[in-house]
Design a protein around this ligand. Structure first.
Ligand SMILES: [Zn+2]
Length: 129
């Protein structure tokens, strides 16, 4: 993908892939990774990603920066989060989520693969107390 819009342009030195309509550009950074994710308008995890991943909810922790767009997150206990760019995101594992409105959501995310929640001080699954 090439674009005059640098937020959407190919990321230098990154590995690119596409999963469930989401474009990922992934780079190693220390023991972790930094990713640029582009979630298209209309994306919903439970519709677009759940059939691929096979879990009931998204079990990733998401920590980073929403650079463009708007996303809505719901946990199965009814807790909801709304993020509107520019805004930092911190989303615990065990959620559904979707893009709000007609603009793609662009997220810069930091992860430690399976250890992201633990290393960011989050529970392994959304809960209270
Ligand atoms: Zn909750």
């Amino acid at each position: 993908m090439s674009s005059d819009d640098l937020l959407l342009a190919s990321v230098n030195n990154a590995e690119s892939r596409e999963v469930g309509g989401v474009r990922l550009d992934i780079s190693r950074a220390g023991t972790g990774r930094v990713k640029r994710l582009i979630y298209p308008a209309g994306f919903r995890w439970s519709r677009n990603m759940k059939p691929i991943v096979g879990t009931e909810y998204c079990m990733h922790a998401h920590v980073g920066f929403l650079a463009r767009g708007q996303i809505h997150i719901e946990y199965p206990d009814g807790c909801r989060l709304e993020f509107t760019a520019p805004q930092v995101i911190a989303i615990e594992p065990g959620h559904d989520g979707w893009v709000v409105g007609d603009q793609a959501a662009v997220v810069i995310e930091f992860d430690f693969e399976r250890e992201t929640a633990q290393r960011c001080g989050m529970p392994e699954i959304h809960r209270h107390g």
